[in-house]
Design a protein around this ligand. Structure first.
Ligand code: UDX
Length: 457
């Protein structure tokens, strides 16, 4: 026991919500904690645990499981998402208690639970065991501030104002707000999840956010006045920030097997900055009409393109598109970080998921923002108007981005003077992101301070 304690300054349990966009940043943050001498145990639901236990996540991360009530099939086997969340919140809380009982009598009992802010019940469980409880926000501070204002009933719903002015944020039009507000009532269960993140926030010992100060300084300053907030991002591996690619597994855990070899081999054959990379993350579904317009726009741009179309989305591709489209490669999943760091990539058509946004920004890849739902419209607003590292592909009244718009956005980034300015800004952000997580940078210092506080506990 003595020996174990000497080896580690503290023991953190890390509990992400079981989805790709939540696991990735929290696993990457775990690795930073390990570098600072902290012992880390990742806790995930049993169905995920079965997938990742053999994936050699990292020799330093132990993995334990709790139950979401759907040990065999995960959320897809639930009757509905509402039922899944209700069951998960109840069974998850019970099984987390059982796990904490077991771990508290182990050789290195934990002293802190860092949980995905989507699961505030974990804070109550941690406190019952006398442990530090720390929510980890996987989305931007701007988005979280909007949700916090909603929780505080400072934004009236359904929304009716043409513009919203919140502390530390630029003027937001209705369409810049997260979809759960802009289209109030569209996904009531997820609305509840994002708003309930703040239900017990007053009990949190620290609050961690996957962002960096320079990216959202005003809103971070504002939130820091009311919360013990630490920005610790971007949670992207330092090997990628340095463009020294090692192994994409270093990043985290992939729910799908990436078509690494075919994607990279194809990119290797393309000229520098000639390829448009297209991906909409791990869960967004596009309409058939939207996929057709994209296919047409990519073809009409006459640029090379690497397009991730997940297995479940493939049926929506126009018939024969893959065979006839000479300039493109379609894969079901790819090693995104490796693709973004590849010198053949010129720009990224993205749904603006927070991880994709941070990854592109940290690597300096200009963006074409095509937000679909959740936090993505707000991220798109920042990409185009605040950070000026991309353009927004504006949808028509049917909410479809037409092929002409897609083609024009690609040409704007690759061929115009405005595109050159955007590329310069993208490089500026890349450097700021890197300096924030480099030794002595603001995020790095915040992690150091957090670890120092853990050791006092
Ligand atoms: C979800 C939400 O949609 C997003 O808006 C929110 O901010 C986080 O949770 P997701 O849609 O999956 O996430 O998008 P994103 O946040 O971009 O995360 C996707 C992750 O999958 C990224 O880390 C990306 O690198 C990875 N990815 C994606 C791959 O590794 N390969 C791929 O082919 C596509």
């Amino acid at each position: 026991m003595e020996k174990e304690r000497k080896n580690h300054v503290a023991h953190c349990l890390i509990l992400p919500y079981p989805a790709q966009g939540h696991m990735n940043p929290m696993i990457q943050f775990s690795k930073r904690l390990i570098e600072k001498g902290v012992k880390v145990t990742l806790i995930t639901v049993y169905s995920y645990w079965k997938t990742i236990k053999n994936k050699n996540l990292s020799s330093n991360i132990e993995v334990e499981s709790i139950s979401d009530g759907y040990d065999d099939g995960g959320y897809e086997s639930a009757k509905s998402f509402d039922v899944y969340i209700q069951t998960f919140w109840r069974v998850g809380s019970q099984t987390l208690c059982e796990l904490l009982h077991k771990l508290s009598s182990s050789k290195t009992p934990p002293n802190c639970v860092i949980f995905d802010a989507f699961m505030p019940w974990a804070l109550d469980v941690a406190k019952n065991f006398g442990l530090l409880g720390v929510p980890f926000f996987t989305q931007s501070c701007s988005v979280n501030s909007i949700y916090f204002h909603t929780h505080q009933k400072l934004i009236e719903l359904p929304i009716s104002q043409s513009e919203y002015l919140l502390p530390g944020l630029p003027k937001l039009a209705q369409g810049d707000l997260p979809s759960f507000l802009y289209k109030y009532g569209s996904y009531p269960i997820i609305f509840d999840v994002v708003v309930n993140q703040f239900s017990n926030i007053g009990k949190a010992d620290w609050i961690l956010a996957n962002t960096f100060y320079e990216l959202e300084p005003e809103v971070v300053d504002w939130l820091s006045k009311i919360w013990p907030l630490k920005t610790i991002g971007p949670s992207v591996p330092s090997s990628h920030l340095d463009k020294r690619i090692k192994d994409d597994k270093e990043y985290g855990v992939s729910v799908s097997d990436p078509n690494t070899e075919s994607s990279i081999k194809w990119l290797n054959e393309k000229p520098k900055r000639s390829v448009v990379y297209v991906s909409f993350g791990s869960n967004a579904r596009l309409s058939e009409e939207q996929i057709e317009e994209l296919a047409l726009g990519l073809n009409d741009s006459e640029k090379y393109f690497l397009w991730v179309v997940r297995e479940s989305e493939q049926v929506k591709l126009p018939k024969g598109f893959e065979e006839t489209s000479k300039n493109g490669l379609i894969v079901t999943w790819c090693p995104q970080l490796e693709v973004l760091t590849h010198e053949a990539v010129a720009c990224f058509v993205t749904h603006c998921g927070w991880n994709s946004t941070l990854e592109a920004l940290s690597i300096g890849v200009p963006l074409i923002a095509m937000p679909l739902w959740t936090d993505q419209a707000t991220n798109a607003k920042f990409i185009a108007d605040v950070w000026k590292m991309g353009v927004r592909a504006v949808a028509d009244e049917k909410e479809i981005v037409r092929s002409e718009t897609i083609k024009n956005c690609i040409k704007e980034i690759i061929e115009t003077e405005k595109g050159n300015e955007i590329k310069k800004n993208a490089l500026k952000w890349k450097n700021l992101a890197k300096s924030s997580v480099d030794e002595g940078g603001r995020s790095d210092k915040n992690i150091e301070e957090f670890v120092a506080a853990l050791t006092q506990y």
